[in-house]
Design a protein around this ligand. Structure first.
Ligand code: ADP
Length: 959
């Protein structure tokens, strides 16, 4: 109850409190009411105010929103823990995400994983350090996966010192990044290029601040700083630092100033360093849009190049010096003769300046008309890449000629094509003038030589003619049974005349040898007999002297040999004659041995050793020269012409032999002659040196002698009287022709050189005019032994040739040879043809008529000729094959001409005609094939003829 009471009371209390409260409340409510009235009013005012400020705000917000939405940057807000709370719609455009897709995400989810951590830390720090704003760049991934570079400004928003959010303005900087990358790559490449460039590069701006430099530049000037250290430095101080490297630092500095002032490109400026290096420097000013913005220096170390160049220059200078000193003028011309380069010496040679020559046509400028052909030929050679030397006459600027020897060569490009040619000219004008003078002198000398030859020929004639008479008369006088005293005088007379004869023969021999007109006549001869005769001759000569002559012959030397015994005799007489002349005591040993026998050739060695004065070693070479005698120290004098050994050597060599001499002064001399001979089976005709009697049957024959020299007339008439011939003498050619026209003779002996009409002319007249002697044998008598005179005699129609002085027996044999034939004709058969068939009637191959004409019944002579033809002449025909093969037509013509009469002499008249055909054809520059064909036919016939000739020879020998 109490409780209730308590409660009642409490309720009461509460009721009271409540009532009081109600009262208070009522009061309050009233107050409130009054207040709310006020408030209402206030509120109404306020509402009015708020409304207008909300309107205002709405307007502002709209403006901001519009602003935010109209910017191209992404604007977003994130909470301090990185969650997007707001993003503007630009994000859709930039990254492809909608605002809904972004809001609520952590910002790092958009960032490339590799950047995430750094970025989270970056912004965490920003918040922590309460930084007001930051800027950062990083790549993010767009919705389509593309990489987008973002550059963003982030502002931290705080309230009551508490960070509440971050507001960011993010810009798409992908394009800029790309440009930057490209720029960086370009820059890297560029600086790579600069640093790798083998040149020192230095780039300065307009204020001379270094903006680029490479390592090589630092290396060149031994700068210890790296290129990047140098960038930004002022170049003036750098120049100060490096000037010490230059040989002339002051000049370096002043030159830099000068170059910088001018601002013109300078290339390859040479700079000498103090240590000997040589640099080359380029200066290139840099202008951008017409504005000077700095310059580039480019240094290179050209020391090696410089010295190589210097060496080259020096060497070129040296060669140019040599060329100038050697007086060699160089000229380069192109293919059209246009002058490309003319060197100083060449200009000097021709009197032009370099400028006057270069570009001109060389051919037109200084080549005479008649030399142009030669130059064209040379040009063709150059085009083929060939070099050659030749002489040319050029016309100098002053119009005078200059002779040059040119060594020309093509200038060939890398494709092997001749592009120009170079000629080295050597002035040979003086030599040319000298040559011309020499040529004139040679002509004069040649004239003199001709005159000398003529003189020699005349002298030979003038001397031989009287000599002939003297020797002839001596012969005749020996025949008149002289007293002992007369005999002795005659002997002296004959010896002197013989000496004179040998002297003149020597001179003539030499002339003949020199003119290549000596003939080798091969006969069978008795070698041992010849040697014994020589020994005997010298034994008689040495009779009263203490020198003895010994002859030692090899036992293998037996029988007869085929060769020119007269020439051998002459050779041995010369050598032994010298030995006799130069030996006062002791002996002369003649040793003859058979060295070897091969292919029918016997090589025989003749060794003549004396114990005479000998020949000094230094003179040994001289003795074989013409007119050379050794001057003996003892003043030894001897007679002689100095021709003997020269002739001997020539005669030995002409026969295919050799001659050697060995000597020691004071001890004696040995001459060794080696000569080839063939063995001969034929008998040797012995000469008995007694004037033969003429055949009595010939006494009736009549002879005409044409001779102008009285003494010779006498000599010949004495002989003819002795032989009981009938003769008439005509003292010149004219008279001879006259006599021949009136009376028939059996033979005419015709001198060549005669007044009024010479022997040739007389013969031509007799042969070509109607007279009884048109076919009479005419024998030339001449003092000249020259082969050309002999040939001429045959050409004009003479039958034979006798050289003065002739021996009586020789003349008789010739007369008998010709008269015999005719007498046989006259006595036995009146018909010439019948005579012809008589001796050679059985041989249908050979021209019997011709053979009878030639040999009559002299079978021995015929056999000799046949033998000679088969042994000696036949092999010569082989040479014709060679000459045809070589197409050496001139030599062929000569050989055919030489060989053709030999065919006639053995009765091969048809072959003789064929050979004449070949000879004629050879004159006309023939076709090789046609001549070869003619020659083949000839060879077949000749081969067929050989057995016939052999059979004929056997027959002749047997009879
Ligand atoms: P020559 O007619 O004058 O003798 P050669 O031509 O026969 O002319 O000789 C020339 C020279 O060689 C002689 O003059 C002589 O001086 C020298 N000579 C030749 N043979 C002998 C020799 N047997 N002994 C010494 N000297 C010789």
């Amino acid at each position: 109850m109490e409780e209730i009471e308590k409660l009642k009371r409490q309720i009461e209390l509460e009721k009271q409190a409540h009532q009081q409260t109600e009262i208070i409340l009522e009061k309050k409510a009233l107050e409130l009411y009054e207040t709310s009235e006020q408030l209402q009013m206030l509120n109404e005012n306020l509402e009015q105010q708020v409304k207008s400020s909300v309107d205002e705000l709405k307007k502002t917000e709209k403006r901001y929103r519009h602003l935010i939405e109209s910017v191209q940057d992404i604007i977003y807000k994130i909470s301090t823990d990185g969650i997007f709370t707001y993003v503007n719609p630009v994000i859709k455009e930039r990254l492809g995400f909608s605002e809904e897709e972004i809001i609520g995400r952590h910002f790092s989810t958009l960032v490339l994983p590799s950047y995430q951590e750094a970025l989270i830390n970056f912004y965490a720090e920003m918040v922590q350090n309460k930084e007001e704003s930051t800027y950062n760049e990083f790549p993010i991934k767009a919705k389509n996966g593309n990489l987008v570079w973002i550059g963003q400004n982030v502002r931290r928003i705080e309230n009551d010192d508490e960070s509440i959010e971050l507001v960011a303005v993010a810009r798409d900087i992908t394009e800029r990044k790309k440009t930057e990358d490209t720029l960086r790559a370009t820059q890297a490449r560029f600086s790579n290029f600069i640093s790798n460039l083998q040149k020192g590069i230095l780039v300065e701006d307009e204020n001379r601040t270094i903006i680029l430099v490479n390592q090589l530049f630092c290396d060149l000037f031994a700068i210890n700083l790296s290129p990047s250290d140098l960038i930004g430095m002022n170049c003036v101080s750098l120049a100060d630092e490096i000037q010490g490297h230059f040989k002339d630092p002051e000049n370096f500095i002043s030159r830099v100033t000068e170059v910088l002032e001018k601002r013109e490109i300078v290339v390859d400026e040479r700079l000498e360093m103090v240590d000997g290096r040589i640099f080359e420097r380029d200066y290139i000013p840099i202008f951008i849009e017409g504005q000077y913005r700095g310059h580039l220096y480019n240094f290179s170390d050209v020391t090696d190049k410089h010295f190589a160049h210097e060496r080259l220059r020096k060497s070129e200078e040296k060669y140019r010096g040599i060329l100038d000193n050697m007086e060699l003028g160089l000229l380069e011309v192109d293919k059209n003769h246009k002058i490309l380069r003319a060197y100083d010496r060449f200009c000097e040679m021709l009197g032009y300046t370099n400028e006057e020559l270069v570009g001109q046509n060389a051919k037109e400028l200084f080549l005479p008309e008649d030399e142009k052909g030669k130059v064209n030929e040379k040009q063709e050679e150059r085009e083929k890449g060939e070099a050659s030397s030749y002489e040319l006459c050029l016309i100098k600027k002053d119009g005078t000629p200059i002779w040059v020897l040119i060594s020309g060569a093509p200038i060939i490009d890398e494709n092997g094509v001749t592009v120009a040619s170079m000629g080295i000219h050597y002035d040979i004008t003086e030599r040319k003038l000298l040559e011309q003078e020499l040529e004139k002198a040679k002509e004069v000398a040649e004239e003199a030589r001709q005159a000398e030859k003529q003189f020699l020929a005349n002298m030979s004639h003038e001397i031989r003619t009287p000599l002939n008479a003297i020797i002839g008369m001596t012969h005749l006088m020996f025949d008149t049974r002289p007293t002992n005293e007369q005999f002795e005088y005659l002997d002296i007379l004959k010896t002197s005349a013989d000496f004179l004869h040998s002297l003149i023969s020597d001179l003539l021999d030499m002339a003949k040898i020199e003119a290549g007109r000596i003939e080798i006549h091969k006969h069978p001869f008795d070698l041992v007999g010849l040697l014994r005769t020589i020994q005997r001759v010298f034994q008689i000569k040495l009779d009263s002297s203490p020198v003895e002559i010994n002859l030692l012959t090899d036992v293998k030397i037996t029988g007869n040999y085929l060769g020119d015994d007269l020439l051998l005799n002459q050779i041995l007489l010369n050598i032994i004659g010298n030995a006799e002349k130069f030996t006062e005591h002791g002996s002369i040993d003649v040793m003859v041995k058979l060295l070897k026998e091969e292919d029918e050739t016997c090589w025989i060695e003749f060794k003549v050793s004396d114990t005479g004065i000998g020949i000094p070693a230094d003179k040994l070479d001289l003795i074989f020269q013409k007119f050379k005698q050794v001057d003996s120290e003892q003043g030894h004098k001897h007679k002689g012409t100095g021709l003997g050994l020269a002739i001997t050597k020539q005669l030995v060599e002409l026969q295919g032999g050799s001659i050697l001499v060995k000597s020691r002064e004071g001890d004696g001399t040995t001459f060794t002659v080696t000569l080839p001979f063939q063995r001969s089976k034929n008998e040797v005709v012995k000469n008995n040196h007694v004037i033969k009697e003429a055949d009595r049957s010939l006494e009736s024959c009549k002879i005409l002698v044409a001779e102008d020299n009285a003494m010779n007339q006498k000599y010949i008439s004495s002989l003819l009287n002795k032989w009981h011939f009938t003769y008439t003498i005509a003292s010149d050619g004219k008279k001879a022709v006259d006599k021949a026209s009136k009376e028939r003779f059996d033979i005419i002996l015709m001198d060549i050189q005669m007044p009024n009409m010479d022997g040739y002319e007389a013969t031509i007249t007799i042969r070509n005019t109607k007279n009884p002697n048109q076919n009479t044998p005419i024998i030339a008598l001449t003092a000249s032994a020259m082969l050309d005179q002999k040939n001429k005699a045959f050409e004009v129609g003479m039958d034979n040739f006798v050289t003065k002085p002739f021996s009586p027996n020789h003349l008789l044999s010739v007369i008998q040879n010709y008269v015999n034939t005719k007498s046989e004709y006259a006595v036995m058969v009146p018909d010439e043809e019948n005579t012809a068939t008589k001796t050679y009637e059985n041989n249908i191959f050979l021209d019997n008529e011709r053979l009878t004409d030639l040999y009559g019944d002299d079978r021995e002579y015929a056999a000799d000729i046949f033998q000679t033809f088969l042994d000696d002449v036949l092999p010569d025909f082989q040479e014709i094959s060679n000459l045809i093969h070589q197409q050496n037509w001139e030599a062929l013509r000569k050989l055919a001409h030489k060989l053709k009469p030999t065919l006639g002499m053995v009765g091969l008249t048809e072959l003789e005609q064929s050979l004449i055909g070949i000879e004629n054809r050879a004159k006309e520059k023939p076709e090789y094939e046609s001549l070869q064909y003619m020659w083949s036919l000839f060879q077949v016939k000749l081969a067929e003829s050989v057995p016939v000739l052999r059979a004929e020879l056997d027959k002749l020998l047997a009879q």
